[in-house]
Structures are given as structure tokens and as C-alpha cells.
Design a binder for this molecule. Structure first.
Ligand code: NAD
Length: 280
């Protein structure tokens, strides 16, 4: 089974759109997403444009605040404070990476945790790690939704995650622990990478290393989620050698068209949740 992330993202966006219409009919209010974009990196510009387009399509207000790459940290912090206090703003996102003069930690920590739609604020990270209600980073959240489309009950499954970043690997591990999986995180310093991966009922590849996962790394009948986005010539490829692995897996996400579309849909989901939490 090839997991169609584009279709699943469309289903999720439709649900979000319907819910926004229903809330708007009752309250005359819609969620607002504010995105801060600093500098002129092309991938960041593309991501932000997609976020704006998708949020408008589901009926949210979208506000992109652009700064040149030499903006001061002080100026960005001032803007975040303003957005924190703006009752029309449900979610705030600062597009990463940031220029050197801007401290990532300081910026993330300055966002009101209840508007932190990326789920990067330590309060949300801590709540997720404690198993409490939290805003969950969009990519792992999207991965979990896709995994659960294949298998509802993950209890007792052995999940192996390649990569230990704050963005992907660590929150993914927390989500799967909450689902009662046995979780192993492997990374660039892990010995016997192949052996560890071959034990996985669920394998999540988030290393950023093109076609790292080969056929003999995967267990028959496993679920394989490929988070990686790597440029190979003029093509985008994942962290999994898709062609050689696909017949061995029970279900696998392609790249492109797998996890990527779910990431933006989950950003909309998080924004809607933040908005709803402020309605009462
Ligand atoms: P990162 O560089 O912060 O972390 C990568 C992790 O993988 C590190 O923990 C590192 O130890 C591990 N790693 C790297 N090479 C390895 C190897 N050869 N063997 C074992 N472990 C290895 O990256 P990130 O921000 O977590 O992103 C990972 C990948 O996911 C990238 O390709 C990125 O573009 C992609 N990504 C995709 C989406 C999406 O929506 N699909 C979203 C975010 C990131």
C-alpha cells in the first residue's frame, strides 16, 4: 500500500474548512495565522507562500510579516510581543532558519505557548514529553495521522525513528510512546543502524540522507514513513530507497506526496485548535 499523503491532507483540510465555516456562522470569527519570514532564502519563501495559500483556502486569515535578513532581534521580539497580545491572531510561526544575529531559542521562547502553532516552545515540548495536552510539531503529527490510517492500534509495536532532531525525531518518539509503542531512536552515531531498523514494525526515516534506507534494512510487512526531503539532481527523493523497499513494506509514504502535504495540513489543524481554545 502506498500511503497517499496528498489525499489524506486534502481530507484533513476539508474537515478544517467545514469546522471554520460552522464556527464562523455562530461567532463571526475565523482563525488568524501570522507568519514571520526573515531574509530571502528561496525554500523559506516557498514554504511561507504555501502556508499562506493553504490557510486562506480553508478560510483563515493569513498575515505574512517580512523582514530583510539584517533585521535586529529586538525588532522581531517586539513584533512577536505585539502578535501575542493581538486577539485576532490565533497562531504565530517564525519560519526557520534564522539569520545569525537572531537567537532561535530566544525567538521561540518569546512566542505565547498558546499561539505556538509549530509546537517548538519548551512549554509545549515539556507537555508533550509529560503526556499532557500539547501543541505538537506539525510533521510528526502528520506522520502519526498517516500511520493510524494504516493501523489504528499501535500498542506494543516496535517503532524505530532515524533522527533525533527537536523538529522531527524527538516529538515523533513522544507521540509513539503515547500510543504505547516500544520506541528506539537511532541517529548518526548509532552503531548497527541497519540491524536496529530491521527490527521495526514502524520505521520513520527523518535523517535528511538520500535513499539511506535499503531493502535489507526493513522488516517484511512494516509501515515505513519517509520524512526526508533531499535534492538528487533535478529530483526530490526521500530517505528511503522507495523502489526497492516498497514491495516489502505493508505501507509506505512516497516522496514527494507523502509526509510533506500533511505537514501544512497539520499546521492548519494546530491553528484551528489554538483559535478554538481562545473562543471560550
Ligand atoms: P536534522 O538535520 O535536524 O536532523 C537529522 C537527524 O538525523 C540527526 O539527529 C542526525 O543524527 C540523523 N542523521 C543524519 N544522517 C544520518 C545517517 N546517515 N544515519 C543515521 N542518522 C542520521 O534534520 P531535520 O530537521 O529533522 O530534517 C530531517 C529531514 O526531514 C530533512 O531531509 C528535512 O528536509 C526533512 N523534513 C521534511 C519535512 C516534511 O514536511 N516532509 C519537514 C521537516 C523536515
Amino acid at each position: 500500500m502506498i500511503i497517499d499523503g496528498k489525499k489524506e491532507a486534502e481530507i484533513l483540510r476539508d474537515e478544517i474548512k467545514k469546522e471554520i465555516i460552522s464556527i464562523k456562522n455562530k461567532t463571526n470569527k475565523v482563525p488568524g495565522l501570522s507568519v514571520i519570514l526573515i531574509g530571502d532564502l528561496v525554500p523559506s519563501q516557498i514554504y511561507v507562500r504555501n502556508k499562506e495559500k493553504n490557510s486562506k483556502e480553508v478560510g483563515m486569515n493569513s498575515n505574512i510579516i517580512k523582514y530583510s535578513k539584517d533585521v535586529t532581534e529586538e525588532e522581531v521580539l517586539k513584533k512577536i510581543k505585539e502578535l501575542n497580545n493581538d486577539k485576532n491572531v490565533s497562531g504565530i510561526l517564525v519560519q526557520l532558519p534564522l539569520p545569525d544575529q537572531i537567537g532561535k531559542e530566544k525567538i521561540i521562547n518569546s512566542i505565547d505557548p498558546s499561539k505556538d502553532v509549530d509546537g517548538f516552545h519548551p512549554i509545549n515540548v515539556g507537555n508533550l514529553a509529560s503526556g499532557y495536552k500539547a501543541i505538537v510539531p506539525c510533521t510528526p503529527l502528520g506522520c502519526l495521522i498517516l500511520i493510524k490510517k494504516v493501523e489504528k492500534n499501535l500498542s506494543g509495536k516496535h517503532a524505530v525513528i532515524i533522527g533525533r532532531s527537536n523538529l522531527n525525531g524527538k516529538p515523533m518518539a513522544q507521540l509513539l510512546l503515547k500510543e504505547n509503542c516500544t520506541v528506539t531512536i537511532v541517529h548518526s552515531k548509532t552503531k548497527n543502524l541497519k540491524e536496529e531498523c530491521s527490527k521495526a514494525d514502524i520505521l520513520i526515516a527523518a535523517a535528511g540522507s538520500a535513499k539511506l534506507v535499503k531493502k535489507d534494512w526493513v522488516k517484511n510487512g512494516s509501515i515505513i514513513i519517509d520524512v526526508g526531503i533531499n535534492q538528487e539532481g533535478d529530483k526530490i527523493v526521500g530517505d528511503v530507497s522507495f523502489e526497492e523497499v516498497k514491495d516489502k513494506a505493508k505501507a509506505i509514504t512516497p516522496v514527494p506526496g507523502g509526509v510533506g502535504p500533511m505537514t501544512i495540513a497539520c499546521l492548519l489543524k494546530n491553528t484551528l485548535e489554538c483559535f478554538k481554545a481562545r473562543l471560550t
